[in-house]
Design a protein around this ligand. Structure first.
Ligand code: IMP
Length: 431
């Protein structure tokens, strides 16, 4: 196997989230000293399967199963401490009791009004819903950038927290009142969140210092992106996006490390495409083909249970995501799902108002008018779940992978043929 000695690797979703980043991160976490979540919050749902057990992670980094690994929730994440406590309790009830977790003192806190406002703003949009997870992620980021957010470190200093909370509640209660929503009482919120601060006190620290020390010591660090680049606040299908940037470019600012420390970027993509919530999706399938792929791939949202929309692999979007994120390796997920299809298609370009284009338009009105230019390739009937190398796969499957490499210019370093850790084909060692 070819090798590349990257010590700091970023894992990014290159589609609309749910690409299987949890599984890949878990796979590479075994080689890492530190695993870092750098954006998003409990809107993410990473499923990890091993030893016949299924674990659902939302805010917790995927290295949580190994006590040797330091798991960092960095400053770019919005942390809901109530949800995080529940998530850790669930993991503990599944036997994961020995773990090493650190939370940035600079991470913004998702407060109880954020989910209320998330739901209210969605309702106000009438028919033009974004279809958010209603976890309060957008309102929490909005408050952070509006400088009326509360940070994890604030919870540790009762006097300062009280002062902040008074100021913040003045603004937020006014906003809630204007929307005809119930307001929040200072005392109850103060007591609950001060107690949560105490609960997490042993974990809260300056994670930028921790990470830079780890870099100095030559430790291996895995940066785990949530959602996907097509949901990026800047480079995604705005406004049908999340409120943070999952790109590798956001890692330095969201974690407090220098950009030069990122060695490799692994773009995670499904062998096809899915999307949850609203927004344009040029390669979307609606017929029994969509049903076939949805059922084989268990394409239902882990956070909300909604069925995911399904479509052919969109290489225009993939190239866009790879470009803005500096992807040099690809991890092709759920490859086994495509078995049994007569033909498989790849979208190589869009047709927009009679013109063929090879880029993602910036406006959704244009993207909605884009029709996929599809390249048809022969399918394969054989099951690939037991394949442990690409060479063992049917020729048509090998051709499909080679074509993706040709079209994206990125090397397919990983192919996943099932949910288990063992069902992972590593073609290039880059970490
Ligand atoms: P929000 O992040 O809850 O504000 O939701 C904004 C958009 O991002 C919606 O379309 C969600 O369905 C989508 N989204 C957020 N998190 C994830 C995720 O982890 N996987 C897939 N879609 C997500």
């Amino acid at each position: 196997m070819k090798a590349d000695s990257g010590k700091r690797v970023v894992i990014v979703g290159t589609q609309w989230g749910d690409e299987g980043k949890g599984k890949v991160t878990d796979y590479f976490a075994a080689r890492a000293d530190v695993v870092v979540r750098y954006q998003g919050g409990n809107n993410a749902g990473h499923t990890i399967v091993f030893g016949g057990k299924k674990y659902a992670l939302q805010t917790t980094p995927s290295g949580i199963f190994n006590p040797q690994i330091i798991n960092v929730i960095a400053n770019g994440v919005v942390v809901n401490p109530v949800a995080l406590q529940g998530e850790l309790e669930r993991l503990e009830s599944q036997g994961i009791t020995d773990y090493n977790l650190r939370i940035s003192n600079r991470a913004a806190v998702v407060m109880p009004w954020h989910s209320v406002l998330d739901g209210a703003y969605e309702e106000m949009k009438g028919g033009k819903l974004i279809g958010t997870t209603k976890k309060g992620i957008g309102p929490a980021y909005a408050d952070k950038y509006n400088r009326i957010g509360i940070r994890m470190g604030d919870l540790l200093d009762p006097e300062y927290f009280a002062e902040r909370l008074h100021n913040v509640l003045q603004v937020k209660n006014m906003e809630l009142q204007m929307l005809g929503l119930p307001t929040f009482e200072f005392d109850a919120v103060f007591e609950q969140y001060r107690a949560l601060g105490e609960r997490f006190r042993p974990c809260i620290c300056d994670t930028s210092v921790l990470l830079n020390k780890a870099i100095e010591e030559g430790k291996k660090i895995l940066f785990e992106g949530a959602q996907g680049v097509m949901l990026c606040i800047d480079h995604g299908t705005f406004p049908y996006v999340t409120s943070s940037s999952p790109t590798a470019a956001s890692v330095p600012v969201n974690t407090g490390i220098a950009p030069r420390y990122v060695d490799n970027v692994l773009g995670v993509c499904k062998a096809y495409c899915t999307r949850v919530g609203e927004g344009p999706f040029p390669t979307e399938l609606h017929d029994e083909l969509a049903h076939y792929i949805r059922e084989r791939g268990h394409e239902y949202c882990t956070v909300t249970g909604r069925p995911r929309r399904v479509g052919w692999l969109d290489v225009v979007a993939l190239r866009h995501a790879a470009r803005v994120s500096g992807v040099n390796y690809l991890s092709l997920m759920l490859f086994d799902v495509l078995s049994g299809l007569e033909k498989v298609c790849i979208c190589t370009a869009y047709e927009l108002d009679g013109q063929v284009i090879d880029y993602v338009p910036s406006t959704i009105t244009e993207l909605e008018r884009c029709k996929p230019v599809l390249e048809e390739l022969p399918g394969w009937v054989e099951d690939t779940t037991t394949c442990r190398s690409v060479e063992e796969m049917p020729e048509a499957a090998q051709r499909y992978i080679a074509r993706i490499e040709e079209l994206t210019g990125a090397e397919v370093a990983v192919v996943s043929v099932g949910p288990d850790r063992e069902q992972t084909i590593l073609r290039k060692d880059f970490f």
